[in-house]
Write a protein that binds this ligand. Structure first.
Ligand code: ADP
Ligand code: MG
Length: 397
């Protein structure tokens, strides 16, 4: 992202025309179209998406653009302006899950998932351009997958709806790339709308657009990209996920989502023989409750009251789910000490980004405080920028 806390907020330094021109330079002809899908930040509802629970992400104005044209010979030619190296070429009928294609596994996986579902998808020339930072917990992977899926939908006239696009792209990431993510990121990319956060019930995939207008209240949401990702992240995700599933099995329920907030004490008592999963259960149940509370406060026109819920969410992820790290804690603690109304880590954990709800007037001072604290601790300088809820995936040209 190009924007700093006190600078412009919705000016991605690329556009559909530039991406189309880059496609032409790579493939020697104009693309059929250009499709866009956004990155996302999750306001609240962390690690709830694989427990059939609730999440509340919103789309960033940072997007991935996919310029594409169909091919009649069944070849995939994949190119990204964001990674070094040339065009990756692979025949569509030679796609097999787990095949090591590097970054190209993400778009190739989308083609594979569609073909595996029996959809009439053939070859493609694809060029990607993105302003979503990769590996920052802002879901550059889902932005790439959904931009590719929307391009294929357009090129081959598939007529897929938003939910089908989300399911197919999640399957691409799970089964082809091999990342066991939930469905939040892909749904955020397909279904978010400008000026809203998206309530998603990950059990039945129903959604609700929740008005999320901070500008009218003199507020903003800062994203603090710590630019670190610790090696622990992948193993810890699998371990937390397995712990949540074990707890649900022991309780005889389909998923931790089935524990009501008022039943938490009772559920914890039934888990006395499984002390290691009790804090996981406490996080998931209280987090689902926090999602509902955040929505109630937004609906009531009281966005400032969301702050303490974000901060409580961070404490729960740090102490109960145990997936924070020094850089995330420093970002959150420093933002709060400098006057943020609330702050929390967001994403999978052990690095990536934190978010902070701040008064407009306080944003420069809070940003400076975070940068100074990271410098004093000897950490890499974080990237701090303002996030405004932007549009979901769409055709851009
Ligand atoms: P996140 O989704 O939080 O950004 P992931 O690890 O899930 O992090 O996905 C990041 C990976 O997705 C990158 O390492 C790269 O392989 C791929 N990727 C994302 N955006 C692009 C892009 N514009 N061009 C090429 N590869 C990309
Ligand atoms: Mg990702």
């Amino acid at each position: 992202p190009a924007h700093e806390a006190d600078g412009p907020t919705v000016t991605p330094p690329h556009g559909a025309a530039r991406t189309a021109a880059a496609f032409h330079a790579v493939y020697g002809a104009a693309p059929t179209g250009v499709w866009a899908a956004p990155g996302r930040a999750n306001l609240i509802g962390e690690h709830t998406d694989y427990n059939d629970g609730f999440v509340l992400p919103f789309a960033l104005t940072d997007t991935t653009l996919a310029a594409a044209a169909p091919r009649t010979d069944g070849a995939l030619r994949l190119h990204s302006g964001d990674v070094p190296g040339g065009v990756v070429e692979v025949p569509a009928d030679a796609l097999t899950p787990g095949r090591d294609l590097g970054w190209a596994a993400y778009p190739a996986g989308v083609v594979w998932a569609m073909r595996d579902a029996g959809l009439p998808v053939g070859g493609i020339d694809l060029h990607l351009d993105s302003t979503v930072p990769t590996g920052a917990g802002l879901s550059s992977s889902a932005a790439l997958e959904v931009a590719t899926a929307l391009a294929l939908d357009g090129l081959y006239g598939l007529g897929l709806d938003r939910q089908e696009l989300a399911r197919l792209t999640q399957r691409a990431e799970n089964a082809f790339v091999g990342v066991p993510c939930g469905i939040m990121d892909q749904t955020a990319a397909t279904s978010c709308t400008t000026g809203h956060a998206l309530l998603l019930d990950t059990r039945d995939l129903t959604t609700r657009q929740v008005p999320f207008d901070l500008t009218g209240h003199g507020l903003r949401l800062l994203v603090i990209d710590t630019r670190v990702r610790h090696a622990l992240a992948d193993g810890a995700y699998a371990e937390r996920r397995a712990g949540c599933e074990r707890a649900a099995r022991h309780l005889g329920i389909p998923a931790l989502r089935d524990i009501e907030y008022l039943q938490l004490t009772d559920a914890l008592r039934q888990l006395t023989e499984l002390p290691d999963v009790r804090p996981l259960v406490r996080h998931i149940v209280t987090e689902n409750h926090r999602v509902q509370q955040v929505i109630a406060r937004l609906d009531a026109g009281e966005p400032r009251a969301v702050g303490p819920l974000l901060t409580a969410g961070h404490a729960s992820l740090r102490d109960d789910f145990a997936i924070s790290c020094a850089e995330l804690d420093l970002a959150v603690d420093t933002a709060l000490a400098a006057g943020a109304l609330g702050a929390r880590m967001t994403g999978g954990g052990f690095g990536g980004s934190a978010i902070a709800l701040v008064e407009d007037a306080a944003a420069p001072e809070i940003t400076a405080a975070v940068l100074a604290a990271f410098a004093a601790a000897g950490h890499t300088a974080p990237r701090v920028f303002t996030a405004r809820p932007g549009p979901g995936a769409h055709r851009a040209a």
